[in-house]
Design a protein around this ligand. Structure first.
Ligand code: ZN
Ligand code: ZN
Length: 370
């Protein structure tokens, strides 16, 4: 076992994932699909190393890696897959393992470089057609199995506990970077493999940058601090944001905070199976628009979370995604006032038939932490 691996899921579930993908291939117009995105390879086969590809078709379950990962693959890869060893250039093996009948070969167009594409074209005899596919495995990943939801729930609980510990230690006089490091250290102590992404701790005007990088600057009393963090546990991510006062923060912050919170609560209450991502985004956005701050909410309302911290489906004005039971998404409106401060509130939720279950269990009141 490697540290990266965590507990491998039971083999039955992985085999069912490959079956679901294979069942979708005829509609996608391909006979066999080459999966090169390592997160998708992991999802389908269980493999967690850094060089491996899978080939999946109605009759094909093939996994290819190089000599460095042969043992790891033997432990991790679902027995439904035939395992092959190849040179470092895994694509070289494709020629041998693609069957005569697999004339139409699908590949992940968002994850294959121009160079890899040219290599594939070179390796495969001319009669094979290469067909770019988009989001096929990601669409499967978006609907979580109960075991996946349990892992995300555990990651979220761990992240909650790390935050409570951080806030208990106070903010004033600590640097943004020191606070981010403390939060990440605590997540590791509590069992996280690593932070799910680079934590954001952004005080005062810096909080008006939605993707601020923590600085070696101390948090001053009276500033409002945006904290956005997540844990990776057993391969799955969490994602949460809270905005906290470093002591008392005054009426302007309170007003903006209340508006973001109203938008956030409205967004959460609009989440349900069958709602589309644009509609849910629109519900939260309407609240913030009505409060006169629509211009200051410049990003989408939320995104899916799973093996990756940003995945399908999306909640925004620019998506066609429709929510399904088992989607795990964030709901995270924000208002950013340049030169002054920012407020963002983000919960992680599981979509259910008639609503959602909130996985984040930290208070959403504006707290004053000295
Ligand atoms: Zn976040
Ligand atoms: Zn997020």
């Amino acid at each position: 076992m490697t540290a990266r691996a965590g507990r491998p899921p039971a083999s039955g579930r992985l085999a069912a994932r490959a079956d679901r993908l294979a069942a979708r291939l005829p509609d996608a117009g391909v006979d066999v699909m080459l999966v090169t995105n390592l997160v998708n390879v992991r999802y389908l086969t269980g493999y967690t190393g850094s060089n491996g590809v899978a080939l999946i078709g109605p009759e094909t379950r093939m996994f290819i890696t190089d000599f460095r990962y042969v043992e790891q693959a033997a432990e991790e890869v679902d027995p439904a897959f035939d395992r092959r060893q190849a040179s470092l250039d895994l694509l070289e093996a494709i020629e041998d393992v693609i069957a005569q009948s697999d004339a139409r070969v699908g590949f992940e167009e968002a994850h294959v470089s121009v160079r890899q594409y040219a290599r594939l074209r070179d390796l495969l005899p001319e009669r094979y057609e290469l067909i770019g596919l988009d989001g096929l495995v990601e669409g499967l990943r978006a609907v979580k199995e109960p075991e996946e939801i349990e892992r995300i729930r555990a990651a979220s609980e761990l992240a909650d506990a790390a935050f409570e510990r951080l806030i208990g230690g106070g903010l004033v006089g600590h640097t943004e970077r020191g606070l981010a490091m403390a939060l990440e250290q605590t997540m590791r102590e509590l069992g996280a493999l690593r932070p799910a992404f680079e934590s954001i701790v952004a005080a005062g005007p810096h909080g008006a940058l939605p993707h601020a990088t923590p600085r070696d600057v101390e948090v001053a009393r009276g500033q409002v601090v945006v904290i956005d963090w997540g844990a990776e546990l057993d391969g799955y991510c969490s994602d949460c944001t809270r905005t906290v006062g470093a002591g008392e923060t005054g009426p302007e912050v309170a007003d903006v905070y209340r508006l973001v919170l109203e938008g956030q609560l409205a967004g959460v209450s609009a989440v349900r199976a069958g709602a589309d991502g644009r509609e849910v985004d629109g519900v939260a956005r309407a609240v913030i628009d009505a409060g006169g701050q629509g211009e200051r909410f410049g990003h989408g309302l939320g995104h899916g979370v799973g093996l990756e911290v940003h995945e399908a489906p999306r909640l925004s004005q620019r998506t066609e995604d429709v929510l399904r039971p088992g989607n795990v998404v964030t709901v995270e409106p924000g208002i950013y006032l340049p030169g002054a401060f920012g407020v963002r509130i983000e919960d992680l939720v599981v979509v259910t038939e008639d609503g959602c279950e909130i996985l984040t269990h930290i208070s959403k009141e504006l707290i004053a932490a000295d």
